[in-house]
Design a protein around this ligand. Structure first.
Ligand code: NAD
Ligand code: KPL
Length: 297
């Protein structure tokens, strides 16, 4: 049985894709567990179907727990349920950005804590509907020492979804590669309130992207010893912005829906890391503050 903590877009996608009967949502403390969660599922291809996922009953333990909360909710969400989980149950974190994963791994180093990086895309255009908007790949790797022995088991269980799952021993490096893309696209789309492709012609982007990529290159080299020139990072960011030109980024969507963004775990994480490492990060700092101002109104 796979437990899913965080019944939002990504959690519901796993709920819909994993075999029926093998998956249950993990309730928050105090939440009732005798009902199920019902929603319509629009797959990437094919007809819509109805999905019914039970909540894990009190006393039952999953063999694997997926954590699909937003980065800012993750430490608290895991803390709320972890005492119900035997110490050897793998906990797989799906958050974007960085910072929330390390916080969980540092708090429970004796547990098998894993992280995933996924390019699957899911959203909920209306309350009872989950849309699998884009197919991609999911990489799974260990964060704590204990997790090294759980990767194969977690990958095998997730493969039952039919999605493309890969082992990734260097998961931190993989998360950094995604962080670079999110840091170079998401805040601009939120501040400019535009789809991904439109940032490329905006003055704010053109005036700051060179310096941002210099910051990103220095930080990545210092943090995970990946050497990539600012120009090469810029090319990758712009390639993704072009490939997803019509998309609304997750950060812009959060601002539009007046929900908390993940800025503190993207550019905010990078600015904080810069302070710790003695690397100047004025553009990451500026982007962080501007997005924070947007979501505080
Ligand atoms: P979401 O807001 O749709 O879902 C998060 C869910 O967690 C919500 O239903 C919320 O109620 C629930 N939650 C919050 N606190 C909780 C708690 N204490 N206990 C249990 N549940 C709690 O967000 P999402 O789009 O599913 O994204 C989740 C994470 O996955 C984010 O970090 C996001 O960046 C990442 N991600 C999402 C996608 C995607 O396509 N949606 C793709 C890649 C990565
Ligand atoms: O991952 C994304 C996000 O929106 O968070 C990008 C790559 C920017 C695609 O929209």
């Amino acid at each position: 049985m796979i437990g899913i903590l965080g019944a939002g877009s990504l959690g519901r996608l796993w709920g819909a894709m994993l075999p029926n009967g093998c998956v249950a949502f993990v309730a928050r403390p105090g939440e009732t567990t005798d009902s199920s969660l019902d929603y319509r599922f629009r797959p990437f291809e094919g007809p819509e179907s109805s999905i019914q996922i039970p909540f894990l009953r009190t006393g039952d333990t999953p063999d694997l727990m997926l954590v699909t909360t937003k980065a800012g909710d993750t430490l608290g969400a895991v803390a709320g349920v972890i005492d119900q989980l035997p110490v050897d149950i793998p906990i797989l974190l799906f958050q974007n950005g960085l910072g929330s994963q390390q916080a969980v791994a540092e708090r429970w180093p004796e547990r098998p804590i894993l992280a995933a990086s996924t390019t699957e895309g899911a959203n909920r255009p209306e309350p009872g509907l989950l849309v699998h908007a884009g197919t991609g790949d999911t990489w799974v790797g260990p964060l704590t020492d204990q997790a090294r022995f759980s990767v194969d088991r977690a990958v095998a269980m997730l493969e039952d979804s039919g999605l493309a799952i890969h082992r990734e021993p260097a998961i931190l490096q993989r998360l950094w590669q995604k962080l670079i893309i999110n840091a170079g696209i998401n805040p601009y789309t939120a501040i400019l309130n535009c789809p991904n492709g439109d940032i490329l012609s905006a003055g704010l982007y053109q005036d700051t992207i060179e310096e941002l990529c210099r910051e990103l290159s220095e930080l990545m080299s210092a943090a995970v010893q990946i050497t990539e020139t600012p120009d090469s990072l810029r090319q990758r960011i712009e390639q993704v912005a072009q490939n997803t030109a019509g998309n609304t980024s997750s950060m812009r969507a959060d601002v539009l829906r007046k929900r908390q963004t993940e800025i503190d775990f993207i550019n905010g994480y990078l600015a904080k890391l810069g302070k710790e490492l003695g690397i100047d990060t004025p553009v990451n700092q500026m982007l962080t503050e501007r997005v924070q101002q947007l979501s505080s109104h």
